[in-house]
Design a protein. Structure first.
Length: 349
């Protein structure tokens, strides 16, 4: 791993997010400084900076985490400061006590860190009186509130775009995997070809998980968001599409696994295998169509008419191929059910 990878992200945060954090920090500093005369409003600025998150719901969670941590840390520091003063060794003890108290209360990692940081800052800045502690708590609440308000009022983020991209990528790769399997059924395969086919099929799982995580983030971004009504239907449609594509990922991986495990050079001469390959091409078409109809992928498929219009009629396979053919047909049936589940115009839909 390169040294720069330790501190550099693969993707930049949106510039709007950076600007919102800056606006919230400056506003919190100015407002808290005006309302609470005295030391620089460091607690307010830090709270506002941390509270501005990718979604309003996450901002609320971060505000609660920050506020609870500050209150606990300030109380611990004030009690120790009143008893022992603000010497360096007292600061170290306060940090240790704060960490142990957070652990005993089963606080989250972020809240636990905040307790210790707040206790350290209070004693390091020289404030041990109850008035100072109360002011720092109010200051933190002001900063957290401003962070939430700024995040909600300045173009509240709705993460429908990233989830749409992940879902479109999953649909495209799922269709491509089905097409590769159809091609492999009709051609002689080397061991390297089989290994590559299996590796590519397995890549569908992390893509499915990435799409699921992105849609979950999009759903979370709607919570407490003033713009949620305009995007709720879009994200709901994405979730429904993923619920259809997710089981297909399992079926396609299973079909590929069965083909790799039971492959032999005589498989291409099996009449049913050719028919299955043709059905798989139709599956790939209908996957692209399903993604297109969900407004996830703007590019239209070759045809707007579903290709899976009737069950596959098969002949009895040879005795040494019946396990593979039976496995492929069962998975193909399940995929067909998923594709036609929400289309009443199709047989079985």
């Amino acid at each position: 791993m390169r040294f720069s990878e330790r501190f550099r992200a693969t993707r930049r945060a949106p510039l709007l997010q950076v600007l919102k954090s800056a606006v919230a920090t400056v506003a919190a500093w100015l407002l808290a400084g005006w309302l609470i005369p005295g030391p620089p409003p460091v607690f307010a600025a830090i709270a506002a900076l941390l509270v501005v998150q990718p979604s309003v719901n996450q901002s609320l969670g971060k505000a609660i985490e920050r506020s609870v941590g500050v209150i606990a840390g300030v109380v611990i520091a004030s009690l120790l400061g009143l008893v022992f003063g603000s010497s360096s060794w007292v600061i170290l003890v306060a940090i240790l006590v704060a960490m142990l108290a957070a652990w005993a209360a089963r606080m989250t990692t972020g809240t636990s860190n905040q307790v210790a940081i707040s206790a350290m800052l209070v004693l390091a800045l020289g404030g041990t009186s109850p008035e100072y502690a109360f002011d720092r708590i109010i200051e933190t609440l002001i900063g957290a509130a401003i962070g939430i308000i700024v995040n909600a009022l300045i173009v509240p983020p709705v993460l429908a775009g990233p989830s749409r991209d992940q879902l479109a990528a999953l649909g495209a790769e799922l269709a491509a995997s089905v097409t590769r399997l159809a091609r492999a059924l009709e051609r002689p395969q080397r061991q390297a070809d089989l290994d590559g086919l299996m590796i590519e099929a397995r890549l569908l799982r992390p893509m499915r998980d990435a799409a699921d995580g992105a849609i979950a983030d999009a759903e979370d971004s709607l919570t407490l968001n003033p713009r949620r009504s305009a995007h709720r239907g879009d994200i709901l449609e994405q979730r429904r599409l993923l619920d259809r594509l997710g089981p297909m990922v399992t079926q396609v991986i299973g079909m590929t696994r069965a083909f790799v495990d039971h492959y032999d050079d005589g498989l291409g001469g099996e009449p049913t295998v050719g028919a299955i390959a043709e059905q798989l091409r139709r599956v790939a078409h209908d996957i692209r169509l399903a993604v297109h109809l969900a407004d996830v992928e703007p590019e239209p498929p070759t045809s707007a008419i579903p290709a899976l219009t009737a069950p596959l009629e098969i002949a009895a396979p040879k005795s040494d191929h019946w396990i593979l053919v039976g496995s492929l047909l069962e998975d193909l049936r399940r995929i067909r059910d998923e594709l036609q589940a929400e289309d009443p115009s199709l047989p079985g839909g």
